[in-house]
Design a protein around this ligand. Structure first.
Ligand code: SF4
Length: 482
């Protein structure tokens, strides 16, 4: 089949970080104007090509392609696939509707968080023919292989949904991929040439992203990741991850940004990966996320020696009551200990902070500020909690506002900057939360001692460029917002 795998542009915002399959996306400005390559689409394209399909991957924002440009390019394509989350669905569906005008009998396929958590609502839209829920790779492989036969057996593929004479059919889920080593190594040559995937957390270019695990046993009430990828951590084998890393080095990449939520959970595997990287003196630096409580001081030393220079942590709040309310499963003491070890190891840290949590008040925000002074992360982001579909918090909000189950009301333009019915969860008003969101960024980034520390960290011209480019975006965000 001739298939287009498409990362569409948005007319609402210049940039969307769309690479988390489970759909927790952001606009990148508050994280220094970060952009990321569309990893899930690269993986899918690589896999479908290996199956013999004629696949083109387009990253429209990186290639500066408008919807009109895309419509003109659709002639001859039989299917187009878009990864959509709940905050982009309305726009994505309209794009697909327009693309249908560019090719006769084009099948539009939507994967990602939007169809996973709100399947019927997606199928209602005239721009959508087929939806794919949860992990898309093997579902789409089977779907396109069967569509090639042209005998209707594609309707039996697990994990899809489709329209049938005015009704919507949603099949059972496809089983999670237990052996992730079955997935191919991404073909990075698919990326558009000269695309600017600037990311301030990256120190050495060119860089790639990678995913070595899926799933999380966490019960955080705001998070879409476990409902999307499962409550068990599934990991690629140490051999497979190392083979991928060696390939990056051979292809000239200098750094890898691991996009796993739970990279640090698989200790035995990681110890094998990291000690081999050290032994082989692998010329590859890296960045990852980690859950508080999964790392010891020795783990962090090993990570540093194996090239890790920055770890992102979901701190969320400095108030234990709030952490308990969102079932974060960690304590403020664990957070303090983890940041202390990271500082001792010389690894830079990021703290994700949410406000508008259940039980949030001015007092809990004040405690979070005091806590941040104590743990002293290298960078931090502050966003207003969004109760996403698929999460316990969404269900709680829907008890008072049932309409949120009947429409896609989370808007990309105001994502994390406007509160989304958080009056159900805390005493702070939408205006107060919007004020705190920017005030916290100003407080954190405009401290003279903080700015001085950053200036002292600059070691090269590329460091200087990185700090200026990211810094101006963050300072602009702290005044004007997105
Ligand atoms: S630890 Fe919590 S926030 Fe992080 S991925 Fe797991 S459920 Fe989500």
């Amino acid at each position: 089949m001739k298939i287009m795998v498409l990362n569409p542009s948005s007319v609402k915002v210049e940039n969307v970080i769309r690479d988390a399959l489970y759909g927790c996306w952001c606009k990148g400005k508050r994280i220094g104007g970060a952009k990321t390559p569309p990893y899930p689409l690269l993986l899918l394209t690589t896999l479908l090509r290996q199956e013999g399909h004629d696949v083109t991957m387009l990253d429209a924002p990186a290639q500066h392609l408008t919807v009109l440009d895309l419509t003109k390019m659709m002639a001859g394509f039989q299917a187009v696939v878009v990864n959509s989350s709940v905050m982009t669905f309305c726009e994505d569906a309209e794009v697909l509707k327009m693309l249908k005008t560019g090719a006769d009998s084009l099948k539009t396929v939507l994967m990602g968080a939007a169809p996973t958590f709100m399947p019927e609502l997606c199928l209602k839209h005239e721009g959508i023919d087929i939806i794919v829920r949860r992990e898309p790779e093997f579902v789409l492989r089977d779907l396109f292989n069967r569509l090639d036969f042209g005998d209707g057996r594609w309707r039996e593929v697990l994990g899809i949904g489709y329209k049938n004479n005015g009704s919507f059919i949603v099949n059972d889920f496809y089983p999670f991929i237990e052996n992730l080593d079955q997935l191919p190594f991404v073909d990075w040559s698919l990326l558009p040439k000269n695309a600017d995937y600037f990311n301030p957390v990256i120190k050495r270019y060119p860089y790639v992203t990678d995913l070595t695990t899926r799933g999380c046993p966490g019960r955080c009430t705001f998070c879409m990741s476990p409902p999307f990828s499962g409550y068990k951590v599934r990991g690629r084998s140490a051999q497979n991850v190392l083979e991928g890393f060696r390939k990056f080095v051979r292809e000239g990449y200098k750094e890898v940004y691991l996009r796993d939520e739970m990279f640090t959970a698989l200790k035995a595997r990681n110890s094998q990966i990291l000690s081999t990287m050290i032994k082989e003196k692998m010329d590859l630096t890296w960045v990852c996320s980690a859950k508080i409580g999964t790392l010891t001081r020795n783990d962090m030393r090993l990570m540093r020696d194996a090239g890790c220079h920055y770890i992102k942590f979901g701190v969320e709040s400095g108030d234990q009551g709030i952490l308990d309310n969102i079932k974060k499963g960690i304590t403020v003491d664990q957070i303090k200990q983890t940041f202390k070890w990271a500082h001792e190891s010389g690894i830079e840290t990021h703290a994700h902070i949410m406000i508008g949590n259940p039980g949030e008040s001015k007092g809990t925000i004040e405690r979070t500020i005091a806590f941040l002074k104590e743990i002293n992360p290298t960078t931090a982001t502050f966003g207003i909690l969004t109760p996403y579909p698929g999460t316990p918090l969404f269900e709680k909000v829907a008890e008072k506002y049932p309409q949120i189950k009947k429409e896609f009301s989370i808007d990309l333009a105001s994502l994390h900057s406007d509160s989304f019915f958080t009056d159900t969860l805390c005493e702070l008003s939408a205006e107060e939360l919007a004020y705190y969101e920017k005030a916290l960024h100003r407080w954190f980034y405009w401290r003279p001692v903080y700015l001085l520390r950053w200036l002292m960290r600059i070691r090269s011209l590329s460091d200087l460029r990185r700090v200026i480019r990211a810094g101006t975006r963050i300072l602009d965000f702290s005044v004007r917002g997105d």
